[in-house]
Structure formats: C-alpha cells, structure tokens
Design a protein around this ligand. Structure first.
Ligand code: ZN
Length: 515
C-alpha cells in the first residue's frame, strides 16, 4: 500500500517536473486543446479559406452563395449592409388542397446589419411614415423599432479594399421554424399545425442572381387536420423565399384616386399638415420615365420610348403555336401607353435558348415571364411584386395554366355559338383558340400593369349597341378588358359582323394614361 502511494507520488512529481522543464511545449499543448475545444462551438471568425473551402459550390450574384458539405453560406458584400430588400415568400409546391402552387404567403422588407461579430436580419416597416425633415420623424422612428428576425455569427471575413464581404451560415433560418420564412399563421390554424418536424425538412436550393437571391426549402409540419393524406398527420410544403434588392432611388409616387381603379397600397403618414394622422394610398405601377433628351418632344406631344421598357418573356415551355398569340396579347397594351405619350412601352420577347444564355432564368427578378404551367387548373393569374416605398412594380410572373383553354372553349361555345359557326365544336381551329388566348393574355397582363378588375364595365354599354357592327368594331364589347364581360352573348343570329369580345378599351386607355 505504502509502496503504491510512493509510486503515485513519484509519477506525479515526474509529470510536474516535465511540465516545468519544458514550459514551451506545455503552452503549445494548451493552445492546441483550446482550439480543439472551440472548433465545434462555431462562434469564432475563421480564415476565409477554412470556411469556404476548395470544395465549395458557389453561385455569384447579389450575395455569393456557397455550399460546403451540408452547410449553406451567404457571402454578403459589406456595401449591401443596411440596404432595404424585399422578401416575398411563396408556397412553390404543395399537397393538393392548399391551393395553387406559387401563391404568395408573405411580403416583408428586410435589412441586413453588421454588428460586432454578428449579422442581424431586421424587419423594416413602411406602414407608418413621416418625412425625415420633420421633428415628428424621430417619434415615428422611435415607435417603429425594427425587430430582429434572426442573428447570425460571422463565420469569415474577406478583406478586400474594393469589395469586402462577410460570410454567414444560413442553414438554421431555413430549417428551423422561422415563422416569417415558413408557413403563415392562417394555414397553421386551419390545418391545426402543432410544430415543425425538423427531421423532415431540408434546403432544396439556393440560387443567386444579380438583383435577387432565391431559396427553396421543404418543411414538414405535424398537423392534426391536414388538407390531404390525413392518415399521415403531417403536411409538407416547399417554400420559396425570394429576396430582392430594392432600388436605390424610390420611384416618384402616384397617389390613388378612387375614381380610377388601380392596385394601391396604404401608408399612415404623421407628417401631413392635418390634425390627425392620415392613411395615404399610392399606385402600384411600372417606372416609365422620359429620357432626358426626349423631354421636349414628350412635352410637345410626340410619342417617345421610355428609359426602360416593360418587357415580358414568354416561357420556353409554351407550346410553339400559342406563342405568337400570347405575345400579341402583351403588345396590345401599347395603344394604352401611347395614350400616355409612350411608344413601344411594353414589348414581348422570347427568352434566349439555354445555349445562348445558360444563366437566364424566370426566377431572375430582372425578367418578367408569362410562365406556362402543365396543370389541370383552368385558369391564369397575374400577380406582381412592388416596392412598398413607392409602389414601383419590380417584376411580375404571370402563371398560365394549360387548361385555361378548357375554360375558353366552354365560354366561347356557350356564349357565341348561336351566331358564330367557328365556336360550334368540341375543339376550335388554332386561329380561333389563338384569338381567345390573346384575349386572356391581355387581361392578365392588365393586372400586372396595376389594373384590378373593373366589373362596372360590363353594364356601361347599352344592350342594343352590342348588336351593332359599327359600334362594337369601334368600341369592343366592353370599355375595359379587365371586366369579366367575356363574350358577346347579346348578339343574335343575323347581327352580321358584330364583335364578339372586348379589346383594350376606352376605359383601359384612360386608366393607363392617368396612372
Ligand atoms: Zn382577372
């Protein structure tokens, strides 16, 4: 027993003596263990190459995005901190029963902010304002403290004299239950969602374009009342978060007037010369500006081309024979912009082929696209994304569902076959269907220009005028294509040469000119 103790003591002394004898090694050793201990805690800023390794798959754009193993990184140029970005979230894929894939679920203005060793993602509100020249501005700012949505540890820094960048890892914000990026409350309530099942979620893709970053992630929620597959007790959705850089200089606003129908947004202004705060409304519209060199011409009533044209691309997936008709429907709006002093304000194009431009994508916010979707839904819709500060429409993708043709066939048959031999059949000639597609294309594009439905339009013309060839050839069958006026079911056999459907009408031209 005594001997054992002695051996232990000797051993201890030996170790102690060794440490003292070689303090250098001891120090080095300690440093090593410290590093090892810190590695998994992830909160140290590391050299850039250690984080974004040679194996990284990178995509350059607004932010450069990287994937290393399972980790996704945003490399944020420091010049983009504190800039406002618009986040639009959509359900891009879903089980049947939740509604159309592509439906918008949330829109928010965000701001990335660098603070010490962290990057904060804050939510900016544009609901309440006052001009910053006014004393009340401070009160508005104070009562509008921007909530922090997420906080990221900085992983690495790229020191560059021209374009320094900051790297953060973003897995958590897309895989954890961040409400602003996931399923909205109204669906959670409806399907009785209890919680997110993180084990059944993943990041599908992160892509970067010059002005936007697109993230797709799949989330599975436990739900006691799912819309379909009720035995599963859960619901899976693919969510698309689209983050768009807002323009440096907001567009000049056009204030809403209830006498002209426009999509408009509201804002509470405390800076107006009134004794109470007032909600002001302004239009969602495209930024059409006269080129500096054309201002004189424009003032003299000459038609001029805008600085930036509105361009719609027709999806590559569209059946060839319908492409010319969809294009016509888009460019039909030129007459309305001519009333506002612009020529070629809106044009239709076909996207470059994959060989011509492999980078081209309908997801790129710089391109507005009429997307052709192989879906049995008999419909089409025309949503748009606009700058909450000014109402400037930034882009719009029209969703065109293949079976909209079923709807058109049925309407045209029921409403016009009595006087129209071309509508007497189960399937129409391509030329006839093409004309109907052009009509729907114009209607949907009208929505994306800022025009809502105008249901008053269908009662504007006297019934007997709708039987007149001269009247309908000049004015169409309704003053607005934004009505659900459909086709001319008033015309009777013998009303030769009467028009059968509305065109861009007198009201539409007036509305575009005013807006
Ligand atoms: Zn509509």
């Amino acid at each position: 027993m005594k001997r054992k103790l002695l051996v232990k003591l000797l051993l201890l002394l030996c170790v102690f003596g060794y440490q003292n004898a070689d303090a250098q090694i001891f120090k080095k050793k300690k440093k090593n263990t410290e590093q090892e201990a810190n590695k998994p805690s992830k909160d140290k800023i590391q050299p850039y190459n250690k984080v974004i390794t040679k194996d990284a798959k990178s995509d350059a754009g607004l932010f450069t995005t990287h994937v290393v193993d399972e980790n996704h990184y945003f490399e944020i140029p420091d010049s983009l901190f504190n800039k406002e970005m618009l986040m639009v979230s959509r359900i891009s894929k879903t089980a049947s029963g939740i509604g159309f894939g592509g439906g918008k679920i949330n829109t928010q203005v965000l701001r990335w902010e660098k603070k010490d060793k962290k990057v904060l993602l804050r939510v900016v509100s544009h609901d309440v304002v006052a001009a910053d020249s006014l004393p009340v501005h401070e009160a508005v700012v104070n009562s509008n403290f921007e909530p922090v949505l997420f906080s990221f540890d900085i992983k690495a820094i790229q020191k560059d004299s021209i374009n320094p960048t900051t790297v953060i890892e973003v897995n958590d914000i897309f895989t954890k239950d961040t409400k602003a990026f996931g399923m909205p409350d109204r669906y959670r309530k409806r399907y009785k969602v209890s919680r997110l099942d993180e084990g059944r979620g993943y990041i599908e893709s992160i892509k970067s374009y010059p002005l936007n970053v697109e993230v797709r992630h799949v989330k599975t929620y436990l739900a006691s009342n799912p819309p379909s597959n009720s035995t599963l007790g859960s619901i899976s959705v693919e969510i698309n978060n689209s983050m768009v850089l807002l323009p440096e200089e907001p567009m000049k606003r056009r204030y809403f007037d209830e006498r002209v129908g426009w999509f408009a947004r509201g804002q509470v202004d405390y800076g107006l010369d009134a004794q109470e705060s007032k909600t002001i409304k302004f239009l969602d519209r495209w930024r059409l500006e006269v080129k500096d060199e054309d201002i004189e011409k424009f003032k003299n009533g000459e038609l001029v081309e805008p600085k930036k044209q509105i361009v719609y691309y027709v999806d590559r997936a569209t059946p060839r024979k319908w492409v010319p008709f969809i294009k016509q429907g888009i460019e039909d709006w030129q007459t309305a912009f001519e009333a506002a002093g612009f020529k070629n304000a809106i044009i239709a194009k076909e996207p470059p082929t994959v060989e011509e431009d492999p980078e081209w994508s309908p997801e790129d916010v710089r391109y507005s696209v009429v997307r052709y979707l192989a879906s049995p839904i008999p419909n089409a819709n025309g949503p748009h994304v606009s700058d909450p500060r000014s109402g400037e429409i930034l882009e719009s993708d029209i969703n065109w569902y293949h079976n909209v043709m079923t709807l058109l066939r049925n309407w045209y048959f029921v409403q016009t076959a009595a006087i129209n031999p071309a509508a007497r059949g189960v399937s129409f000639d391509d030329e006839v269907m093409g004309r109907l597609i052009r009509f729907v294309s114009s209607h949907e594009v009208g929505h994306t220009l800022g025009l809502p439905h105008n249901m008053g339009s269908s009662v504007a013309y006297p019934v007997d005028s709708l039987r007149s060839k001269t009247f309908t050839k000049k004015y169409g069958t309704a003053p607005s294509i934004m009505d659900y006026a459909r086709f001319n079911y008033i015309a009777q056999p013998g009303d030769e040469g009467v028009a059968l459907m509305p065109d861009i009408g007198v009201y539409d031209k007036y509305a575009i000119q005013w807006g």
